[in-house]
Write a protein that binds this ligand. Sequence first.
Ligand SMILES: Cc1ncc(COP(=O)(O)O)c(C=O)c1O
Length: 400
Amino acid sequence: MNLTGPYFGEFGGRYIPEALIAALDDLSDGWEKLKIDPAFKEELAELNRTYTGRPSIITEVPRFSQHCGGARVILKREDLNHTGSHKINNVLGQALLTRSLGKTRVIAETGAGQHGVATATAAALLGLECTIYMGAADIRRQALNVARMRLLGAEVVSVNQGSNTLKDAINEAFREWVATVDTTNYIFGTAAGPHPFPALVRDLQRIIGDEAREQVLALTGSLPDWVLACVGGGSNAIGMFTAFLDDEDVRLVGLEAGGEGIESGRHAAPISVGDVGILHGAKTYLLQDEDGQTLESHSISAGLDYPGVGPEHAHLSAIGRVEYRPVTDAEAMEAFALLSRTEGIIPAIESAHALAGAMKIGTANPDATILVNLSGRGDKDVETAAAWFGLDGSATREVF
Ligand SMILES: Cc1ncc(COP(=O)(O)O)c(C=O)c1O
């Protein structure tokens, strides 16, 4: 099962202004050619080896497993990639695609800042101009990543609209792309949006699952019983799941942001409780009111704070191949603290949603082997975590 789009079942497509159709066609044709070009494959593989640090390792976490009913838990360590998350896998490929299309400038949106940092990094590496759109609320909660992007030479544009988060940054980036499409490529950060982005991003992220499948087989001699990943737009999850879609005995679970609880209405769980509609150029599940207006989402993690989801996930849910479950802010923060204290690994709050899923699934299935995608590291989230846990920057104790 490896769908190329534009449609994934009834989901996907291109619901986008006419002015962008030619650019999306160029991107699609350019990618279909480039992805089978041996010189490109070698260049990307070399960058993955010598710049990103791939293959990323897997780590078994026995002390954390004790909080997962004793189930065997294995982490795929995307947090160890250069720039600190899985986003770099996608961006390096799309930056090389930009160059092959003869464009000299890139724009991107970012929520948690990880995709913005990855894009600014690749732009610096390839000598491309770079502008990043970011919601004003995310600029406040991810100040460290804003500083990183600026140090890397990118212009960061604050978007003061709607909920001042990722959805609004994407709207603004599309608006700018319409006006600058001759020189500028839009490096989309997740497996959502209009065709070809969902398939393009999936193709570039599937390295996560391809590596992990081989690594788990080598370590344990069999496939995992469960494979878990957090779902914002869905790029780290689809990257992980793609390698296991044909393995019917492997249960795949995407963990959405349940925020303050599904019943509170303050969450970002469009597959668990959303309806079918159109968002950012694709037909998918999203949070909307009865008039079809997109609702504001909420999550403690900026990277999951998005009211929609990539169309391939909508399809995988509709056909029952992947289950999607919500995890609350509180459950994610408990998992965040536990992995830090039991294993010495501070995860991104996004990834902590997947870890919270492992705690629940492991407790119900203590004999299982669970593979969890650790999509990023938690450096960017230290301030949020300090506020959540009431750490005010003072020492544990004083001596006189
Ligand atoms: C570390 C990390 N994990 C996950 C996500 C969510 O994105 P996606 O669902 O595309 O993997 C983000 C987004 O910023 C992120 O920074």
